[in-house]
Design a binder for this molecule. Structure first.
Ligand code: F6P
Length: 366
């Protein structure tokens, strides 16, 4: 029987539990033993109780629960070869030779490095007599596959990451609450949203909540000019009849000289034009709560495909992640996806940004 390990790594995202549930149950359906690894790569390095076999019933209720019940971590030790050597040993000791990782691009790249190094790691374990010849022969190759679990929607070659729509929905709900009080007092609100270096959440929220202005990492406005430009757009909106003002700032927003544009700087600029202004940083509420239906479906479909993927992979197949494109679940070579993420981020956002502008007012961020 094939033994598959599953772990969640990096920042949690709504839908990760649904993905774990799908891997466990699809694995069992395919006659595999599935092991949950607690606390991401840290659990893989610690071994012992952190790696435990999952039954069908163990994942009952997982589908709709937010966060990740098997725990996650941002693990520094796994970045070192010594950490990966110990992880390799713990897997072989349990007879696990396939790994499904649910996490962001850093976590998935870590899995790819692990797989590349695997032949050298098992050789070292054999030479140092930590494993025997039989174990060595039985674990010649590590099969991996990944699912992108991240609220940031920051991976190329897949349309959506697990958790992004739940987070967007939470942001929109919170902004609508803020909007009620903003309208009441005729105030301006500057709302900072997560996304690390990616503006997807900020841009989509600005469209869905009809923001007056948005600042994104991918489209840095000219330093020294953005204040005046934003002020003139917002003054025009006010003259046109708006009683409240909403500016969305991505947490990674920068200007053309790579200086951070902070919510406080935006607030100061709004105060200058006479607006009573408050700043709301949504923070980790954006990651909490039950996954929306889309994330449950995405995670469930991708979990089943991730199991098929590790069962079919050979030493020759490149490491793959499971994506979705044009509503079809697909497999994407991991390294290509990571490289494309770095290359195309700007182009993707520009297109969406133009759409946002055409649907809002003609002067949405001039
Ligand atoms: O990657 C997900 C994310 O929520 C980012 O949007 C944010 O920048 C970061 O994680 C926050 O990390 P932490 O939970 O470690 O504060």
């Amino acid at each position: 029987r094939k033994r598959i390990g599953v772990l969640t790594s990096g920042g949690d995202a709504p839908g990760m539990n649904a993905a774990v549930r799908s891997v466990v149950r699809s694995g069992i359906n395919q006659n595999c033993d599935v092991y949950a690894i607690n606390e991401g790569y840290s659990g893989l390095i610690k071994g012992g109780d952190m790696i435990h076999k999952m039954s069908w019933d163990d994942v009952r209720g997982y589908l709709s629960i937010g966060g990740t019940l098997i725990g996650t971590a941002r693990c520094m030790e796994f970045r070192e070869r010594a950490g990966r050597l110990q992880a390799c040993y713990n897997m072989i000791e349990r007879g696990i030779d396939a790994l499904i990782v649910i996490g962001g691009d850093g976590s998935l790249t870590g899995a790819d490095t692990f797989r590349d190094e695997w032949p050298g790691l098992i050789k070292e374990l054999l030479d140092t007599k930590r494993i025997d010849e039989k174990q060595y022969k039985a674990h010649q190759h590590l099969n991996i596959s990944g699912m992108v679990g991240s609220i940031d929607n920051d991976m190329a070659m897949t349309d959506h990451t697990i958790g992004a729509y739940s987070s967007l929905s939470r942001i929109c709900t919170n902004i609508s609450w803020v909007s009620a009080t903003a309208e009441s007092h005729s105030r301006a609100f500057v709302v900072e949203v997560m996304g690390r270096h990616c503006g997807w959440l900020a841009l989509m929220a600005s469209i869905a909540c009809r923001a007056d202005y948005v600042f994104l990492p991918e489209m840095p406005p000219t330093a020294n000019e953005w204040v005046g430009k934003m002020q003139s757009v917002i003054e025009r909106h006010r003259k046109g009849g708006r009683r409240s003002t909403l500016v969305v700032v991505a947490e990674g927003a920068i200007d053309s000289e790579l200086n951070r544009i902070s919510p406080e700087m935006v607030k100061d600029a709004l105060v200058e034009i006479g607006l009573d202004t408050r700043v709301t940083t949504l923070g980790h509420v954006q990651r909490g709560g039950s996954p929306v239906a889309f994330d449950r479906l995405l995670a469930t479909l991708q979990g089943a495909e991730a199991v098929r993927c590790v069962l079919e992979s050979t030493p020759e197949t490149p490491s793959e992640i499971i994506g979705i494109r044009l509503n079809k679940i697909i497999r994407v070579p991991l390294q290509e996806s990571v490289a494309a993420t770095k290359r195309v981020a700007e182009a993707i956002s520009k297109k969406d940004f133009q759409l946002a502008r055409s649907l809002r007012d003609s002067d949405f961020n001039e």
